[in-house]
Design a protein around this ligand. Structure first.
Ligand SMILES: *[C@@H]1O[C@H](CO)[C@@H](O)[C@H](O)[C@H]1NC(C)=O
Ligand SMILES: *[C@@H]1O[C@H](CO)[C@@H](O)[C@H](O)[C@H]1NC(C)=O
Ligand SMILES: *[C@@H]1O[C@H](CO)[C@@H](O)[C@H](O)[C@H]1NC(C)=O
Ligand SMILES: *[C@@H]1O[C@H](CO)[C@@H](O)[C@H](O)[C@H]1NC(C)=O
Length: 854
């Protein structure tokens, strides 16, 4: 029985309860089943058909029960059949016993819930690879048991496995026996290790579930060798050779080569001479049974030509020997009485000369043919194609180099000088030979050669100091020290670059700064150690790549701009200059205003600040803004800020505004006894513009200066109205002064006009004016103030000028004194005067605000 292996204490208690209430247990008649791995709240069954409510499930490990309906469902806990019943043989079912208390009387019932399998487990191989060795001579159809079977934890069809091969190319197949419990690999084609010694394929195990799962494992078949091949002589094994008649002992005559494709001992070859070989050949020659070399057993002293024929056998284990014929032609030894006498010119040792390479052709030796005078027809020649020549010269021969020698091409020559005679059959035969050895001495004739003449690399700025940038490499064909290359950089190279003289590794010792230098062009030299040394050079171009390491910078931390008020919208206020030393994105900057809702915008195309509306100085006369600039650098954009102050410049756009008198119909009464020179009242006007635009001048238009009746004077600057002369009876009554109030704006001043009404009467109680007087004069009032009283100058005789000048001087002096007196008097009167004004100006009271400005 498959008990839940992880049953807890509560479960045990319930089992105990079951045992105690054994008599009450109803069992065997009802059972339920549920598939493993079902979602929570899947209906499993119901007790309602069998029992009365209420229902209470005692074991709630995997199920929960509706108390009223008796339906029970899966709960959150996963039901995994394979872990619940791990030992269960596939024939038996896997179930969990559940206990419930049912009915009004509380009967205990026990019922099994069978856990049905689903195909949730794939087959599984123990190892990731199966190796098998098969001898190459196995018969087609032979089979080999594969021990590594796959396992599948599922049951029934879900756990039943079938196997097939993938990628076997038809060379192998799979045969299953005894319900797939034994599988065999069957050889389908003849194997030959010499053609193919390894097969790799996939063994796939598939279960028989409705949605089959599979798994695969690599199956490697190694074909082992059997001795199925025998040695044979190939076409490249020599069939004939020729040797001189004076060849020395142990000289290699030739080498026979047989092959056997088998491996190891199966491929071993033993050479031997056939018993049919002549005694003479056996005496002169020996065959190495292992290597196949045929050597001379003794020094040859042949005066006549001879032909030796050998039959060589090559045998392997369990093989009939292969054979080949080798014909060795022995040339006759040159006649004794013809010898070559060598007179060395170049330095030599044991007939070996050492010549430096790359020398122009030079004479090395004088050769002479000595001996029998009968052989006068003989001559000397060099065998083979060599960079040496023999030139006959008065019966002797000069041996010289025919072209410069090159150590790097060939470092040693064996010059074979032969005496050639004409045989009786008038064919050329070699009679004697002398071998002169030439060793070529290496000269430093090769400069180091850079693999690349241009190196180009890119490195990001702000690199770590000491990093390796690249490794240059130059090769030198010379040998020894002459070919030993060391590297160095050009002496004027910046000291931050170094090169390892031995390895050619170039490093940079300091961080690079692209903003300082964007590209470095270095020259690297490779020099060998010959004397004199040879050198070659290559260029290295280092491009420094940008990093966003420079924040944009404003040309000044505080921009100050001026803009006239009333300028149309989008007027340029000023240029905001920014520099970012970085490149590309990292240096592309964008301006932004730090303040929102200001009447300004930033024009990024022209780097200017512009207005959005027309500004009014009288509302706001300056703006403090801050601007931000950021680049588009990656990964972090850098920013800076600056302050911008925009002063709104004044435009004469405000008329003077008259504060005093408050209206054209205001009226002031004054007593006829008012003292001469005292200030009666004042006109006061303001102009909201600034500077000259707000400087105000007052001028009386009417009554004009010509009218002597006007006893009042208006100070053009202060607007003070003073009494000009003592009031008399004829001055009694109303005086209307028409006054132009204008500012000093350029080019056109603005003005306004006002009436000042003064009533002279004994009774200074009350003064009223029904309506303001009207101006009937010229409307060109602005020019009027400049129309000072003009004295008509009559033509005067020139001799009068002197008198006039003197009189004028006198008058000026008097005027000056009078002004001085008046000034002093004015100063002493200033304080009481103001109090006086305050007392008298009831209808013209000034607003306190404007007083404070005075
Ligand atoms: C900008 O700088 C970043 C690193 O700060 C770098 O990865 C990028 O390539 C630079 N861009 C350009 C255009 O140089
Ligand atoms: C703009 O912002 C700065 C800083 O917050 C502030 O001092 C300045 O008054 C602001 N200007 C305007 C016009 O709002
Ligand atoms: C006084 O009258 C003139 C026109 O005669 C007018 O331009 C001016 O604004 C008036 N002044 C006041 C204070 O009413
Ligand atoms: C001066 O005042 C008196 C009394 O208040 C009045 O009768 C007289 O008409 C006034 N004179 C003028 C010229 O208004």
């Amino acid at each position: 029985m498959g008990l839940p292996y992880n049953m807890n204490w509560a479960g045990l208690l319930q089992i105990l309860l079951v045992i105690i209430h054994t008599s009450q247990v109803t069992c065997g008649s009802i059972q339920f089943s549920v598939q493993e791995e079902r979602k929570p709240d899947t209906l499993v069954g119901s007790l309602s058909k069998h029992f009365q409510p209420p229902y209470q499930l005692l074991t709630q490990e995997y199920l929960w029960m509706d108390e009223h309906t008796g339906n029970f469902y899966t709960n959150e806990r996963r039901i995994d059949r394979e872990s619940l019943c791990p030992e269960e043989t596939k024939a038996e079912g896997c179930f969990v016993l559940h206990n419930a208390i049912v009915g009004p009387s509380g009967d205990l019932v026990q019922f099994p819930v069978i856990i049905e399998d689903i195909n949730d487990n794939a087959p599984h191989f123990q190892n990731s690879e199966i190796r098998l060795k098969v001898s190459e001579d196995v018969a087609v159809g032979s089979s080999f048991v594969l021990d590594d079977l796959a396992q599948d934890a599922d049951t029934g069809h879900n756990g039943q496995l079938s196997y097939h091969l993938q990628g076997s190319g038809g060379d192998f197949s799979i045969k299953a026996k005894e319900d797939e419990l034994l599988i065999m690999l069957v050889v389908q084609t003849a194997l030959d290790r010499e053609i193919r010694d390894l097969y790799q394929m996939q063994l796939v195990a598939t279960d028989c579930g409705t949605h089959p799962l599979n798994t695969s494992v690599v199956l490697t078949v190694t074909v082992t060798d059997v001795n199925d091949n025998c040695p044979s002589f190939g076409p490249d094994s020599p069939r004939s050779t020729t040797i001189p008649g004076d060849s020395p002992k142990n000289m290699v005559v030739t080498r026979v080569i047989a092959t056997d494709p088998d491996t190891g001992p199966n491929g071993a070859i033993v050479y031997s001479l056939s018993p049919q070989v002549s005694e003479r050949a056996k005496k002169l020659l020996t065959l190495d049974s292992r290597t196949g070399y045929i050597r001379l057993k003794q020094d040859l002293q042949n005066n006549n030509s001879e032909e030796l024929v050998l039959k060589v056998l090559a045998s392997g284990p369990h093989c009939p020997p292969a054979d080949t014929w080798v014909t060795i032609s022995v040339l006759p030894k040159a006649t004794q009485d013809l010898t070559i006498k060598i007179g060395f010119i170049a330095e030599h040792h044991n007939q070996t000369m050492v010549l430096p390479e790359n020398q122009p052709p030079t004479v090395l030796a004088v050769l002479e043919l000595e001996g029998d005078s009968s052989s006068k027809g003989s001559s000397l020649a060099i065998e083979g194609d060599m960079p040496f020549s023999l030139s006959p010269q008065s019966g002797k021969y000069l041996l010289s180099t025919s072209k410069p020698l090159d150590y790097e091409i060939q470092s040693e020559y064996h010059i074979s000088v032969v005496v050639q005679g004409i045989s009786s059959e008038s064919s050329v035969i070699s009679l004697s030979r002398q071998v002169i050895r030439v060793m070529v001495e290496d000269v430093n004739d090769n400069a180091p050669h850079f693999l690349q003449s241009h190196y180009q690399l890119e490195v990001e700025e702000n690199n770590q100091p000491g990093i390796t940038l690249l490794q240059v490499s130059a090769s030198d064909a010379d040998s020894g020290n002459k070919g030993r290359v060391t590297y160095r950089l050009h002496e004027y190279t910046s000291a931050i670059f170094t090169i390892d003289s031995d390895t050619g590794q170039m490093s940079v010792l300091a961080p690079l700064d692209r903003e300082q230098q964007q590209e470095y062009k270095l020259t690297v030299f490779a020099r060998d150690s010959g004397s004199p040394p040879l050198e070659s050079q290559a260029t290295i171009i280092i491009r420094v790549l940008d990093q966003n390491d420079n924040a944009p910078v404003f040309s000044t931390p505080h921009f100050i701009f001026f803009i006239p008020e009333n300028a149309p919208p989008f007027t340029q206020v000023g240029r905001i200059e920014v520099i970012d030393l970085d490149e590309g994105e990292n240096g592309s900057t964008e301006l932004r205003l730090g303040n929102s809702s200001t009447p300004f915008v930033v024009d990024n195309t022209q780097r200017t600040l512009r207005t959005t509306t027309s500004l009014d100085r009288e509302t706001v006369d300056h703006y403090e803004l801050y601007v931000l600039v950021s680049d588009s650098g990656y990964p972090v954009a850098l920013t800076s800020t600056a302050i911008v102050t925009v002063f709104v410049e004044d435009i004469n756009d405000n008329q003077p505004k008259v504060i005093l008198p408050s209206s054209n119909s205001s009226c002031l009464a004054l007593s006829p006894s008012t003292l001469v020179g005292s200030t009666i009242t004042k006109i006061y006007a303001i102009d909201e513009d600034s500077g000259l635009n707000s400087e105000i001048t007052y001028s009386v238009i009417a009554p004009g200066p010509a009218q002597q009746t006007n006893p009042f004077q208006v100070d053009s600057r202060s607007g003070d109205i003073t009494l000009n002369h003592q009031l008399s009876q004829k001055d009694m009554g109303m005086h209307h002064l028409f006054i132009v109030v204008r500012d000093n704006g350029k080019p056109t001043p603005l003005y306004t006009t006002v009436w000042v009404n003064l009533l002279v009467n004994e009774s200074t109680e009350h003064c009223t004016l029904d309506r303001a007087p009207t101006w009937t004069g010229t409307s060109d009032l602005v020019q009027s103030p400049s129309m000072a009283p003009i004295c008509e100058v009559k033509p005067v005789r020139s001799d009068l000028y002197m008198y006039v000048g003197m009189i004028l001087m006198l008058v000026s002096l008097v005027l000056f004194l009078v002004t001085l007196c008046l000034y002093l008097k004015y100063k002493s009167l200033q304080k009481p005067k103001r109090e006086y004004i305050k007392e008298n100006e009831i209808p013209l009271r000034l607003k306190d605000k404007y007083y404070s400005d005075e």
